[in-house]
Design a protein around this ligand. Structure first.
Ligand code: HEC
Length: 230
C-alpha cells in the first residue's frame, strides 16, 4: 500500500516474520529500537511516518508482547517499492536532526490526581493509539504543533479535516458515546466514521471494554482547544 504523508508517499514495509523480506531476523531489541527510537537494525533513521513520536512512550513489556505476536504471524515474502519522497527528505541523516527537535523520549508520567482509568487512557491514547498523529496540525517540518494536539487539522492522507476531539469539538459527547464509536464506529448524531478513523475503529473494537472506557475518560478530560484554522 501507499501512505500519503505531509512530505510524500510512504510504502509501509513487510513486518511479517519472513527471513529475507520481513523482520524474521530481528531481535526484541531491534523492534524496541525501531518503535521507540525510530532506528533500523542497520542504524538507519526511519521517517516519522512510523509514529515513533508516540511509540517512544511504549512500555517495554508491551513491545515484547507485540514482538511475540508479530512472530506468530505467517511469513510473507516480497518487499514494497521505495518511498516516494522529494529532496531534501531523501536525506535520512536529516531525520536525526528532526528527532533532536521533535522526538521526546521521556516516558508518560502517571498523574496521581487522576484515577486509574484516566491514567490507562492516557497511555493508550498517547503511546499506542497515537491519536494526535492525525487529530492535530503540523508545522512546516511535519511535526505536530503542541497547541493543536487533539484539536484537529488537515487530513494527511487525503482531503478534508480531521475533527477536533477536545471539548470544543465533542464536548456534548458522553462517555458511552465515545465507547460506542470505538466499538462500532457510530457517532451520537447517527453517522459512521469513515476514512482513516474506520481503520482505527477496527483496532479499538478489539480492545477490552475497560480500555475503550479508559480512552473515553482521557479524551473527555482533555483541555478544550480551538480548532486550528485550515
Ligand atoms: C490515522 C488517523 C487517525 C487516528 C490515528 C485517529 N483518528 Fe480519530 N478520526 C480520524 C478521522 C479522519 C476522523 C473523521 C472521520 C469521519 O468523520 O468520517 C476521525 C474522527 C474521530 C472522532 C469523531 C469526531 C466527530 O466529531 O465526529 C473521534 C471521537 C475520534 N476520531 C477519536 C480518536 C481517538 C480517541 C483516537 C486515538 C485512540 C483517534 N481518533 C485516532 C483520524 C484518526
Amino acid at each position: 500500500m501507499s501512505l500519503a504523508g505531509p512530505i510524500g508517499f510512504f510504502r509501509p514495509p513487510n513486518i511479517s516474520p519472513d527471513l529475507q523480506d520481513g523482520i524474521g531476523r530481528w531481535r526484541g531489541l531491534d523492534l524496541a529500537n525501531a518503535l521507540m527510537s525510530g532506528v533500523s537494525p542497520d542504524g538507519r533513521h526511519y521517517y516519522p511516518a512510523l509514529p515513533y513520536v508516540a511509540y517512544a512512550k511504549m512500555q517495554p513489556r508491551d513491545v515484547a508482547d507485540l514482538m511475540a505476536y508479530l512472530r506468530s504471524l505467517p511469513a510473507v515474502s516480497g518487499k514494497p517499492p521505495e518511498h516516494d519522497v522529494p529532496f531534501p527528505f531523501t536525506v535520512r541523516r536529516a531525520i536525526g536532526l528532526w528527532k533532536l527537535l521533535f522526538l521526546d523520549r521521556s516516558p508518560i508520567e502517571p498523574d496521581s490526581n487522576r484515577d486509574d482509568s484516566w491514567n490507562r487512557g492516557q497511555y493508550l491514547a498517547e503511546a499506542l493509539g497515537h491519536c494526535t498523529e492525525c487529530h492535530a496540525t503540523r508545522n512546516l517540518l511535519g511535526a505536530v504543533k503542541p497547541a493543536t494536539r487533539y484539536a484537529g487539522g488537515p487530513d494527511q492522507e487525503g482531503t478534508g479535516f480531521v475533527p477536533n476531539i477536545t471539548p470544543a469539538g465533542i464536548g456534548h459527547w458522553s462517555r458511552d458515546d465515545l465507547v460506542e464509536l470505538f466499538t462500532t464506529g457510530s457517532t451520537p448524531d447517527g453517522r459512521r466514521v469513515g476514512s482513516s478513523m474506520a481503520d482505527v475503529v477496527v483496532n479499538t473494537a478489539t480492545l477490552g471494554l475497560q480500555d475503550r472506557q479508559a480512552i473515553a475518560d482521557y479524551v473527555l478530560a482533555l483541555p478544550s482547544r480551538p480548532t486550528p484554522q485550515p
